[in-house]
Design a protein around this ligand. Structure first.
Ligand code: TNX
Length: 585
């Protein structure tokens, strides 16, 4: 685990433990502590190396960066995180403290009272009030005032971060904006900030101003918990990964042929029977309603919306095993633990199917505070033509009856438009007239092009897990496409955002999830957040390189792609081989 970033060529960092032992033994109490703090601060100011990070070294790239090399800030041991404003800001401040305390070992109290000394250099201020502190924006950051007006309260996820010699200040119109400012600050500190235990380091932040906001409203990733089941703790960690790259949606693929993963009170056998299988014959598993609520709460605190998917009418073998009455001919199929697709479906000619859909969607909607319900709709090869569109139209109505807005894979396109509906496009050919027509009828799109955004594709032919049916996706392929211009005859305004799906036929552990996510998830995150003017492969891979030591410090597995100029550090072992790999034909 690195204690200093490889790029830090400044003087040796001062060891704060040494500093502490410099306290004279015969002085006690408050006076001694004050003296030690003053000494540490003075020494810190004199010996502070330049910041190891540059202000623009952030992924996703910020919209506007105005460095000020004379304004680097060194976080002192007695720093206070001060919150000016709403209670929602207080929780973001607590999260900032939680992320800085382990590596720094500093107490970092959060307070909403005025600083003890008027010009105390030891202060971070979070403010949820957009108006506060905006007086000097035009002078310090050209264009800043205009951007900030877009971020007026209620208006979004943008933030402004100022680093001056005396402190760091983050201002935003919403708690989400403050949260994203905190994620940026985290990346501006040395990589060792990700350590779970105290590290001797100078916590220097590069000086200047960042004014930033997202390009797209929907920025997400999908985790398939159906092909292989993953425990709640793994899902929480994935949410943390999303949040630090400013992704704001987690799509959970909760049901498929190989397993049903969410408890439904009205149909208990869905999990009791349908939850006990997974690809390769493992034990499977499922989330109780309390498990799911825990996931939703963890996500909400990190400004991530959970999007639950109940895949219909195909991908339903596990449900049919549990309830043969839903199956065509009312005959239970055998449980399925392979990786083929397209063979199963609930019988769309039987009214019982719609009772089932209404009950399931009703219970999932009641558990889900976010606005979306995803109904799948992909690869229902045996439900054709009007049987398919008729089923989907009824399912869309059942979603609307829950008060939620429907999302479905782009196979939904031929079905009638439903108010607000969103299609998730996962095609391989950007010329898709059926989807373009659905957009003309009012649909909006989430872009997940399989050739760029499918994180279950291998990086190279040698990648030990994953598929290759959509091609190989190295980091550059994940990065080099434009969501707004990807589909022919679809206007940029119809694109709600982007999502990177991770299907898990061959992914069996958290380490393997992380190996497929990193470093491609940050590429997708940058497409979702950063303005197209910042798009630049050379710049991106240089910024991305700085994240290798961060992932190592945090114990996160990643693929050390040769496309990225990683700083030297111990080799990361590749994840273990999967129990089985079967390539989709
Ligand atoms: C296609 S993409 C599927 C999934 C598979 C995936 C494997 C989509 C909507 N359906 O059922 O897991 O390919 O890459």
């Amino acid at each position: 685990m690195p204690t200093t970033p490889a790029s830090d060529t400044g003087p040796e960092p001062l060891d704060r433990v040494d500093l502490a032992t410099r306290q004279p033994a015969d002085l006690a109490g408050v006076a001694a502590a004050d003296l030690a703090r003053t000494a540490a601060t003075v020494a810190g100011e004199l010996l502070a190396p330049p910041a190891s990070m540059r202000l623009g070294d952030v992924v996703p790239a910020p919209e506007l960066v105005t460095p000020d090399a004379a304004a680097d800030f060194t976080l002192p041991e007695d720093a206070v995180i001060r919150v000016a404003a709403a209670p929602a800001a207080r929780d973001v401040a607590e999260q900032l403290a939680e992320l800085l305390r382990p590596a720094t070992g500093y107490p970092l109290p959060v307070t909403d009272s005025a600083p003890a000394h008027p010009n105390a250099p030891l202060m971070l201020t979070l403010s949820a009030a957009a108006q506060q502190g905006s007086e000097s924006w035009q002078e310090t950051a050209p264009g800043g005032a205009e951007i900030f007006q877009d971020l007026a309260p209620g208006g979004g996820e943008g933030y402004r971060l100022d680093v001056s010699g005396v402190g760091v200040r983050i201002i935003a119109g919403t708690a989400a904006g403050l949260f994203y400012g905190v994620q940026t600050l985290r990346q501006l500190l040395p990589a060792a900030v990700e350590s779970a235990t105290p590290v001797a380091e100078r916590w220097v932040v590069p000086g200047g101003t960042i004014v930033d906001r997202p390009r797209f409203a929907y920025r997400g990733a999908m985790l398939d918990v159906a092909r292989h089941f993953f425990p709640v703790e793994d899902v929480l960690r994935v949410i943390d990964h999303l949040a630090r790259y400013k992704l704001n949606h987690l799509h959970l693929h909760l049901t498929d042929d190989q397993g049903w993963r969410i408890a439904i009170d009205a149909w208990p056998r869905l999990t009791e029977v349908g939850g006990t299988t997974e690809v390769g014959g493992g034990p499977g598993g499922w989330y109780t309603k309390d498990d799911y609520r825990r996931i939703v709460r963890h996500a909400a605190r990190r400004h991530v919306t959970v999007v639950p998917e109940i895949d219909l009418p195909g991908h339903t073998n596990a449900a049919l095993v549990a309830y043969p009455e839903l199956a065509p001919g009312k005959v239970a199929p055998p449980p399925y633990t392979g990786t083929e697709v397209g063979f199963s479906y609930v019988d769309p000619t039987d009214e019982r199917a719609y009772d089932f859909v209404a009950d399931v969607l009703g219970e999932v909607a009641a558990l889900t505070p976010g606005p979306w319900l995803h109904i799948g709709g992909d690869e229902a090869f045996k439900v054709k033509g009007e049987a398919y569109t008729g089923f989907i139209e009824r399912a869309q109505e059942l979603v609307a009856a829950t008060g939620k807005t429907v999302i479905g894979w782009h196979q939904l396109a031929p079905a009638a438009h439903a108010d607000g509906r969103v299609l998730q496009w996962w095609g391989t050919n950007g010329d898709d007239p059926v989807t373009a027509e659905a957009v003309r009828r009012g649909a909006r799109l989430i872009l997940s092009p399989a050739k760029h955004a499918y994180l279950d594709m291998k990086y190279t032919p040698d990648t030990p897990i994953g598929h290759d049916w959509a091609g190989l996706i190295d980091v550059r392929t994940a990065y080099d496409w434009d969501p707004a211009a990807h589909l022919a005859d679809v206007p940029a305004e119809a694109v709600l955002g982007v999502e990177a799906p991770l299907w898990t036929e061959s992914v069996t552990s958290l380490a393997e999830i992380e190996f497929m996510l990193f470093p491609r998830l940050p590429a997708l995150a940058e497409l979702g957040w950063s303005p197209p003017t910042t798009h630049d492969w050379e710049g991106f891979r240089a910024r991305l390189a700085e994240h290798g030591p961060r992932w190592s410090a945090a114990g996160t597995t990643y693929h050390r792609s040769p496309e990225v100029p990683w700083p030297a550090e111990p080799t990361i072992p590749a994840p273990r081989s999967p129990r089985r790999t079967k390539t989709r034909q």
